[in-house]
Design a protein around this ligand. Structure first.
Ligand code: RIB
Length: 304
């Protein structure tokens, strides 16, 4: 039986331009292709979890515009429960402007729009969804008070709360101590521990600093270098899979969604990380956010 997971987060429409390199401030760079796809860290993670086998309920807010309708249609095609997606009048569905370079790197600016209308009171009526879920998963593209409330609800229902602290920002200790699994990248881990950057030899110390805040498991994602896993029993680097990247947009989202999907089925953390790394490796070989999220059979058949 598929396990239920609850994803609370953003939904955006991504407007993507392929550029030879990411423009510097004040610079105009002529790009090649342009495409519009569904994105948003919350939505990408919900889609990745659903495609890799979880039964997903997505809690989000879109506007009553064409992008909002398209997003909901897309979630339904992926079998995601959309009953708790709020439709906000007088706003616009979140939009992300994305440059993707020839090396597959990106720069992203987001106009949050309806995402900023997802409020704690919207979660009050959905305690059943928290009760039924095996795991709750959130990111930082919705208001912080909503994420704090989601963490409280997960704690009250006794289910693990995974927080992907993206985009990077400092967070209150009161929230971090409710987090079961924190999945920052290096930039986010640096910010959460009061640093401006992370040097390779500091990753272990930073993971322990985060653990000391009361988080049960810290997984620092290191891009092509794999992940650093730290909990009360282990502190180790786990290598990733080397692939030729064409677009790294949403690789972290695919990692998180797939990780949650596998953890909900009672597999070990090592198994879940390996599966999630395979899923993320596939995603960087494809363009766009949600279009890049692989299906279960693709991850199982992934050969390096
Ligand atoms: O993580 C990638 C996502 O960040 C994009 O889909 C974009 O919408 C922004 O939220």
């Amino acid at each position: 039986m598929n396990q239920k997971i609850l994803v609370i987060g953003s939904s955006n429409t991504d407007m993507v331009v392929q550029v030879p390199r990411i423009p510097a401030p004040g610079e105009t760079v002529l790009g090649s292709h342009f495409f519009i796809v569904s994105g948003g860290k919350g939505a990408n993670q919900a889609v990745a979890a659903a495609r890799t086998g979880a039964e997903v309920t997505f809690v989000a807010c879109v506007a009553d515009d064409a992008f909002g309708k398209q997003a909901i249609e897309g979630f339904r095609k992926d079998g995601i429960h959309t009953d708790y997606i709020k439709v906000q009048e007088g706003s616009h569905t979140g939009v992300a402007l994305i440059n993707v370079s020839e090396e597959g790197e990106n720069s992203i600016s987001v106009a949050s729009g309806a995402n900023s209308h997802l409020l704690p009171e919207d979660l009050r009526g959905i305690s059943d969804a928290f009760k039924e879920a095996k795991i709750a998963l959130a990111q930082l593209e919705i208001p912080l008070e909503t994420i704090e409330f989601a963490a409280q609800m997960a704690e009250a229902r006794g289910i693990p709360f995974i927080l992907n602290p993206a985009p990077a920002t400092a967070l209150p200790d009161g929230l971090l101590e409710k987090v079961s699994i924190l999945t920052p990248n290096e930039t986010e881990a640096a910010l959460l521990t009061g640093r401006t950057e992370v040097k390779d030899d500091q990753v272990e110390a930073i993971a322990h600093e985060l653990l000391d805040k009361g988080i049960k498991t810290v997984i620092i994602t290191l891009g092509s270098k794999g992940v650093y896993l730290c909990d009360s029993k282990t502190s180790e680097r786990i290598p990733g899979y080397a692939v030729k990247a064409v677009d790294t947009t949403a690789a972290g989202d695919v990692f998180n969604g797939a990780l949650a999907a596998v953890l909900a089925t009672n597999h070990s953390m090592r198994e879940a990380i390996d599966f999630a790394q395979r899923a993320a490796a596939i995603s960087v070989t494809r363009r766009g956010a949600q279009p890049s999220a692989p299906f279960l059979h693709e991850v199982i058949n992934f050969l390096v």
